[in-house]
Design a binder for this molecule. Structure first.
Ligand code: UDX
Length: 453
C-alpha cells in the first residue's frame, strides 16, 4: 500500500521503517531541512535502537524515501499519516499548529489529486485531545471538495524502544466513523496484527510469549484519542504515587524498593512503573498530562488528581536537589559529577530531563559541574554549557565531592567503585534512580543517598 507519513520524528520514523519492512511503499515528509538532508542521505536524525539498520534496509529495498513536498507525497498515497509534533503552550493548552498546517497541505494535495487514485484515508497518529480528529476533518472539509476518510490511530511507543513497541504492541487502537476506514487500516496492519513477518535482524526479535493476533480496539475517534491520553496519564500517576510513597518511606525508615516489590506483586497493581526516583521526564508524560488537564478544564471539568500528579513530579526533582544541598553545603566551589543526562536510558533525548534542571540549580549555587552520558552529551551541550562534559565516568569522578546518578544507563550500574573512591575527593553518591548496588559502593568506603530508602 502507498503511504505518506507527514513528520519524521520518533513516531513517524518508527512507523515508516516498520511499514516499509512489512512491504508497504512509504514516503516520509519532513520540512526541517537538516533532518530531511540526513534522511535523504540515509542517516537517522535520532538515536533509536534498530532504526538506522531498518532505515538502510527500507531505502535499499526501494520502499522508503523522503521529501519535503506534501503535494507529491500525498498525491498518490492511499493512507496519509499525520505524525507531527503537538507541543503544549505555557498555559498547558496544546498547540495544534503543526497539525493544522499539515491538514492545509493535504487540502492542497487533494485538490490536484487524480481521482483514479481513490479516496485517501488520513490517519492522525499525533497525540491530541478528544475531538481533534473531528476538528481536523471539518477543517479539511472546508478547504477541499474532494472526498477523504479520516481516523485516529494513536501509538504507544516508548523512546529507546520505538521499533520494538511498533512491531510488538500490546494493542492497536483505531478510531473512525466509517467502516471503510477500519477496512483500510485492517489491510495496512494485517502483517502486524497477525505477526506474519520474519523477525530476523535488522528487526528486534519477537519476545518470548508474545501472542497474536494483536488485540485491536475499534472505537470512535474521540474514544481513541482519550485512550492515548488516559494511558499516559495513568502511567504518570503510578510514578507520582510511588514517589510520594517513597517520600513517606524516608519519614518512617521503610525501603521503597521493598515496598514497590511488595505492592507490585499484587496482580491487580502490577510491577511496572513503580520505580521511585527523581520523577518522570521526556517528550510525552510532562506534555500530555498538562495537555489533558488543560483539555479537561476547557470542558468545565477540574481534573484534581492529574493536577496533583503533575505537581508531585515537579517537586520531586527539587526534593532530591535539597538532599544534595543539605549534604554538601556550602555549595560554592564543590565539584559535582553528574552520571546521566538523557531523560531515561536508551535515548539521546534530554527534553524535560531532570539532569538539566539539576545542573542549572547546582550551577546557580556555585558548584563546579562535570557530566557524562553515553548518548546525550551533544544535546545537553546545546541546552546547558556551564559544565565540563566528558565521555568517561571515571574522569567525571576525579576530584568530585559527590557523584549524582540521574539516568540509570546500564553503563553506570557496574562501575568499579573502589577505583571511583580513589579518585573522588568526597565520599557521597546520590542515586536518583535507586539503581546502584549499595554493597559495592559502601564496601568502597562511599555512602549512598537514594530516594525513599
Ligand atoms: C511514554 C509511554 O511509556 C509511551 O507509551 C508513550 O507512547 C510515550 O510516553 P517514554 O516517554 O518514551 O514513553 O518513556 P517511559 O519509558 O514511559 O518513561 C517516561 C519517564 O518516566 C522517564 O523519565 C522514566 O525515567 C520515568 N519512569 C518510568 C519512572 O520514573 N519510574 C518508572 O517506574 C517508569
Amino acid at each position: 500500500m502507498q503511504v505518506a507519513v507527514i513528520g519524521c520524528g520518533y513516531v513517524g520514523l518508527a512507523t515508516s521503517v516498520v511499514l516499509a519492512d512489512l512491504g508497504h511503499d512509504i514516503i516520509g515528509v519532513e520540512i526541517d531541512p537538516v533532518k530531511l538532508e540526513n534522511l535523504s542521505n540515509g542517516k537517522s536524525p535520532i538515536f533509536e535502537a534498530h532504526l538506522q539498520e531498518m532505515l538502510d534496509a527500507g531505502i535499499k529495498a526501494g520502499r522508503l524515501s523522503f521529501t519535503d513536498d506534501h503535494v507529491s507525497a500525498c498525491g498518490q498515497a492511499k493512507v496519509i499519516m499525520l505524525a507531527v509534533g503537538t507541543p503544549t503552550r505555557e498555559t498547558w493548552e496544546i498547540d495544534l499548529s503543526q497539525l493544522e498546517s499539515a491538514i492545509d497541505s493535504i487540502a492542497e494535495a487533494l485538490s490536484s489529486r487524480n481521482e483514479l487514485n481513490g479516496t485517501p484515508l488520513i490517519v492522525v497518529k499525533s497525540t491530541v485531545p478528544s475531538g481533534t480528529t473531528d476538528y481536523l476533518s471539518e477543517r479539511l472539509g472546508s478547504k477541499t471538495d474532494k472526498p477523504y476518510l479520516i481516523a485516529s490511530n494513536p501509538e504507544f511507543l516508548r523512546e529507546g524502544q520505538a521499533i520494538f513497541d511498533t512491531l510488538y504492541p500490546d494493542r492497536s487502537v483505531i478510531g473512525a466513523n466509517e467502516s471503510s476506514a477500519f477496512e483500510i487500516l485492517d489491510e495496512l496492519y494485517s502483517g502486524l496484527v497477525s505477526q506474519n513477518f520474519d523477525d530476523s535482524p535488522p528487526l528486534p526479535g519477537r519476545p518470548d510469549g508474545y501472542t497474536s493476533p494483536v488485540p485491536v480496539v475499534k472505537t470512535s475517534p474521540r474514544s481513541a484519542e482519550m485512550i492515548k491520553y488516559a494511558s499516559n496519564a495513568f502511567l504518570a500517576t503510578k510514578i507520582s504515587f510511588i514517589n510520594e510513597i517513597a517520600n513517606l518511606c524516608e519519614e518512617v525508615e521503610a525501603d521503597i524498593n521493598d515496598v514497590a516489590r511488595g505492592i507490585g506483586l499484587d496482580s491487580r497493581i502490577g510491577p511496572q512503573f513503580l520505580k521511585a526516583g527523581i520523577g518522570y521526564g521526556g517528550s510525552c508524560f510532562p506534555k500530555d498530562t498538562k495537555a489533558l488537564h488543560h483539555h479537561a478544564g476547557s470542558r468545565g471539568y477540574t481534573f484534581t488528581l492529574l493536577n496533583a500528579v503533575i505537581e508531585v513530579n515537579r517537586i520531586q526533582r527539587y526534593r532530591f536537589l535539597a538532599k544534595i544541598r543539605r549534604a554538601l553545603e556550602p555549595m560554592g566551589d564543590k565539584t559535582i559529577g553528574i552520571l546521566g543526562l538523557a531523560f531515561k536510558p536508551g535515548t539521546d533525548d534530554i527534553r524535560e530531563a531532570p539532569a538539566i534542571d539539576l545542573m542549572r540549580e547546582l550551577n546557580r549555587d556555585g558548584a563546579i559541574l562535570k557530566a557524562t552520558d553515553p548518548r546525550a552529551i551533544e544535546n545537553a551541550k546545546l541546552e546547558f554549557n556551564s559544565c565540563e562534559y566528558l565521555d568517561d565516568p571515571y574522569k567525571v569522578a576525579e576530584g568530585a565531592n559527590a557523584l549524582v546518578l540521574v539516568t540509570e544507563w546500564p553503563e553506570f550500574l557496574d562501575l568499579d567503585w573502589k577505583r571511583i573512591a580513589m579518585v573522588m575527593s568526597g565520599d557521597i553518591v546520590f542515586d536518583g534512580r535507586n539503581c546502584l548496588g549499595r554493597e559495592g559502593i559502601e564496601g568502597a568506603g562511599l555512602s549512598v543517598i537514594g530516594v525513599g530508602r
